[in-house]
Design a protein around this ligand. Structure first.
Ligand code: DNO
Ligand code: MN
Length: 360
């Protein structure tokens, strides 16, 4: 297991590369050019700038998270070919600087969605929270009206440029079914995976977060069965998975341990984090510790260990603790604690397996 830490870049992160380097066992960053618009080809000078900074800090840049996919690709519009070409050009450049894995997602319009970025717990820490009914009861077109009426309206995780185009995007997705989305995913994979394979870069799809349709928009990377279907759409080790325990764990029907066992060979990148799911379907992000949430992190690490996992791994979102001012979900402290928990489990399984059968 090779540990990395997400870094948003000098201008977008409160955490420094030096701080990341001081977390035990962290060898690299999961990075991206966050100022680039989805669909654009990434400029080489900016890629090289990240590489230079990471080199200076003694960290590798093998994992990119994410190269985002233009909506026209997800919508299956004729213009998608142009964006797929740009995507390939970016892949070729990333290969040149030694990138091995590209994490991405296939969620229409939105990436992860929460209703509260700073839900306070009894210990005074805050964390990302999702209130299921608030989203379920929201009509997307009512929402667009609300946004138009109030220019300050924001929702966590919504990028400003996406908000502007929200009305036309919702309209564009009218009538797009989940089966259409599957077809569009296949078209994308058939173009991209052979190209990524030539460049020795593994594509790693991130599951939908939360793992169910929202605002009437289809979501397809939501369960073990759907992940199997996605990996079978284009059967290649380069068509891989970013197995995110927290995203999938928001639906208690998902058995993440079983997924580790089934998909082990196809997981170049593991996201490990915990959530606590309540009976009404709401959920809050918690510390990585198994007992603090409803996802069995201990069992998940054990499953990775049993499968001799050699891929990249990162702690995912953390809480905001010790008064840290940071990007929501991406502080230093709780994610660093998460890493030490993951190493603790990993090393214990490592030790136990090496002593098996021996008398100590
Ligand atoms: C949530 C995060 C995601 C992830 C993107 C990948 O669990 O890991 O926001 O970065 O979906 O494209
Ligand atoms: Mn994740």
């Amino acid at each position: 297991m090779k540990m990395v830490f997400r870094w948003f870049g000098d201008d977008n992160d409160t955490v420094t590369l030096q701080q990341i380097k001081q977390i035990p066992g962290v060898e690299g960053i999961a990075w991206a050019l966050h100022d680039e618009i989805a669909g654009d080809e990434w400029p080489m000078d900016k890629i090289l700038d990240v590489k230079k900074k990471a080199d200076q800090a003694g960290l590798h840049i093998h994992v990119v998270e994410s190269v985002n996919i233009h909506e026209d690709i997800k919508l299956g519009l004729p213009t998608r070919d142009k964006y797929i070409e740009n995507y390939k050009k970016t892949i070729a450049k990333l290969a040149q600087v030694g990138v091995k894995v590209i994490c991405y997602n296939f969620m229409p319009i939105f990436d992860w969605l929460r209703t509260d970025l700073y839900r306070e717990a009894s210990d005074g820490s805050t964390a990302l929270f999702y209130e299921k009914n608030r989203i379920n009861n929201l009509d997307p077109f009512e929402l667009v009206d609300q946004i138009n009426a109030n220019s300050d309206f924001t929702m966590p995780g919504w990028e400003p440029e996406r908000l502007q185009h929200l009305t036309s995007l919702f309209n564009a997705y009218r009538g797009v079914t989940s089966e259409d989305l599957w077809d569009h995913a296949k078209y994308f994979l058939d173009e991209i995976i052979p190209f990524a394979a030539e460049h020795d870069i593994k594509m790693a799809i991130h599951p939908d977060d939360p793992p169910w349709p929202i605002f009437g928009l289809p979501r397809i990377i939501t369960s073990q069965e759907h992940i199997r279907r996605f990996l079978d759409l284009h059967d290649s080790p380069y068509n891989g998975l970013t197995l995110c325990s927290g995203s999938l764990g928001a639906n208690p029907d998902n058995d993440v341990i079983a997924m580790v066992h089934e998909f082990a060979e196809r997981i170049p990148f593991a996201h490990i984090r915990n959530v606590r799911v309540f009976e009404n379907g709401d959920f809050i992000e918690t510390s990585h510790r198994t007992q603090d949430g409803t996802v069995n992190i201990t069992g998940i690490v054990q499953a990775y260990h049993e499968n001799d996992f050699t891929g990249y791994c990162r702690p995912d979102h953390g809480r905001h603790i010790w008064d840290e001012q940071c990007r929501p979900g991406y502080g230093l402290y709780d994610r660093a604690l998460g890493i030490m928990y993951l190493w603790g489990l990993w090393d214990a399984y490592q030790q136990a397996s090496s002593y098996q059968g021996k008398k100590v």
